[in-house]
Design a protein around this ligand. Structure first.
Ligand code: AMP
Length: 191
């Protein structure tokens, strides 16, 4: 079992670094391998260090042009150097059984939204989760509810994104996840 973790190339506040390190450690302790962006910087680096320190397996996937910029981690179980951002995301998705986004920036959200929309389109059947550390995603979650209210996002698709503030509970929900068999023609009544 491998979980792909999307997180920041920046560190954010201290508590975000601590949370990322803790997620890495918790995944390693549950025997779950980590797939991530391969950097040594930001919460990415903290995640990898947390998992490695607990004896976990960590695979980094990084585009060649970011090896220096994001400072590729030198100590991973495996570092896969690819030629583009698109290849990076495709390989991260292929290597993983589930996805979790931690607090991060535009890159983190881009990666999360891609795998979530792929789930909506039935391109994969893997669970996608958002770990809401310290309420970081409160505004985003309100925006997502707004998308539903305005009729741009069907409720079953919103529900495909599993949100929790506790990693272990989120992983337990992954275990029970059944992808929604939904088609574009199903009628959803809006308020
Ligand atoms: P950020 O959350 O902006 O710090 O970015 C987190 C990670 O996402 C970094 O490793 C970025 O290089 C990566 N990233 C940003 N945009 C993309 C993209 N379009 N495709 C793949 N990775 C990306």
């Amino acid at each position: 079992m491998r979980v792909c973790v999307f997180c920041g190339s920046s560190s954010g506040r201290v508590r975000h670094v601590e949370a990322a390190r803790e997620v890495g450690r918790a995944l390693a302790e549950r025997g779950i391998g980590v797939v991530y962006g391969g950097g040594r910087v930001g919460t990415m680096g903290a995640l990898a260090d947390g998992a490695l320190a607990a004896g976990g397996s960590v695979v980094g996937v990084i585009p060649r042009n970011l090896v220096e910029w994001e400072v590729a981690h030198g100590n991973l179980t495996e570092l896969r150097v690819v030629s583009s951002m698109h290849e990076r995301k495709a390989l991260m998705a292929e290597l993983s059984d589930a996805f979790v986004a931690l607090p991060g920036g535009a890159g983190t959200l881009e990666e999360l939204f891609e795998v979530w929309t792929w789930a909506q389109l039935g391109l994969h059947a893997k669970p996608v989760g958002l770990l809401d550390v310290d309420g970081y995603f409160a505004h985003l979650l309100r925006m997502i509810d707004h998308m539903v209210a305005e009729g741009f996002l069907k409720p079953p698709y919103r529900d495909m994104l599993l949100v929790d503030d506790d990693l272990h509970r989120l992983l337990d929900r992954f275990r029970d996840y059944r992808p929604f068999g939904y088609t574009w023609n199903d009628d959803v009544s809006l308020p």
